[in-house]
Design a protein around this ligand. Structure first.
Ligand code: C5P
Length: 343
């Protein structure tokens, strides 16, 4: 058993993110420790305790690239939504001081895996010396534009904060998240949100999702795409002023239909041009019966929205028969998976 070493890691006080904790309804805990007292060093957890959480993927409903910044990043306005495609993360306390990662995809068992780096960053920031085994069961495709690694990182931060009752403020969590990656702050809240700046300025949007987009069929072409490469190759002609994201945000807030022209991804044109397999997959999705197809993030995953399950499942089946990797998903809100109102 380890002890909390600094008063940053005070126990017993809920942070601002407690109520937004991803998958709050369903974390499972084995050998859950007694709650720690406030501001006193106590054991964090009994050795061998396990905490299990789900880390959801996202799609970008819009993605306006506003321009390149002096620091090399791009200013964005993007509306993101978590979907019910998830990785499972199992955290187990160990008697030594080692942080270890065990990933179902062995090539992701590296020191720069974001789930591991998130645990390192949080423990270092809080001055906690606690051995931890992180088991990461990947289901979200990697380098796919679905935010899998970022979601894993945010979920590890939230899980450890909640499990060990660490009194980190929302701002502290946000800056730890933003250091790990541009998309990580979004996954601290999940659900539906407008993200601006590098991605770290997150404005949650109301629980409303257009009925026309109820089912989301994802198609992951059999290539990985580097986000850095996509941004580096983006011509300034593809920059927009944020009007698509603003229009969609307004429509969602007012419970109005979103215009398909506003479901715009500023990275899509250049990705389709550069990666013929993505362009082919887009054509095949349309041919199979999708009426609207968009790139998620920097791709290569494409998504096609459907109002009804029957048509979505039919198109899914056709594409699977062609050998495509497809996932039929729906939007998911982190607090309550049943809470979405469709209209
Ligand atoms: O922040 P993250 O490490 O996820 O970003 C990966 C790469 O994507 C960055 O190194 C950068 O090249 C590019 N990027 C960008 N502007 C953003 C987010 C990412 O240029 N807002």
């Amino acid at each position: 058993m380890r002890e909390i070493n600094t008063d940053r890691a005070r126990a017993g006080k809920k942070s601002g993110f407690g109520h937004r904790y991803l998958d709050m309804a369903r974390p499972s805990q084995h050998n859950r420790p007694m709650k720690n007292g406030y501001n006193t060093p106590h054991p964090i957890a009994t050795t061998g305790s396990t905490y299990v959480v789900q880390a959801y993927a996202k799609i970008n409903l819009t993605l306006d690239v506003l321009g390149r910044r002096a620091d090399g990043y791009h200013d964005l306005a993007t509306v993101m939504q978590t979907i019910d495609l998830y990785d499972t993360i199992s955290l187990t306390t160990t008697a030594d001081k080692q942080l270890r990662l065990f990933c179902s995809q062995t090539e992701l068992n590296t020191d720069d895996n974001l789930a591991l780096r998130a645990a390192q960053a949080l423990l270092h920031y809080c001055g906690i010396e606690q051995g931890l085994d992180i088991e990461l069961h990947k289901r979200i495709p990697v380098a796919a534009g679905l935010g899998g690694g970022s979601s894993d990182a945010a979920t590890v931060l939230l899980a450890l904060q909640t499990w060990w009752q660490l009194a980190l403020s929302a701002d502290e969590m946000l800056s730890l998240a933003a250091e790990l990656g541009s998309d990580v702050p979004f996954f601290l809240t999940g659900g539906l949100a407008l993200c601006e700046g590098r991605g770290e300025r997150v404005t949650p949007l109301p629980l409303h999702w257009p009925a026309a987009l109820r089912w989301l069929l994802l198609l992951k072409p059999a290539i990985g795409v580097s986000t850095a490469t996509v941004f580096r190759n983006l011509p300034p002609d593809d920059y927009t002023d944020g009007s698509h994201s603003r229009a969609v945000t307004t429509a969602l807030r007012n419970r109005q239909a979103v215009e398909s022209a506003d479901l715009h991804n500023g990275l899509e044109r250049s990705v389709l041009e550069r990666y013929p397999r993505v362009a082919q997959a887009r054509a095949d999705l349309l041919h199979a019966g999708a009426t609207l197809v968009r790139l998620s993030g920097s791709g290569p995953t494409l998504f096609a929205p459907f109002a009804g399950l029957t048509q979505a499942a039919l198109v899914e089946q056709r594409l699977r028969e062609q050998g495509y990797e497809v996932y039929l998903t729906r939007p998911i809100y982190s607090d309550n998976v049943h809470a979405y109102v469709f209209s």
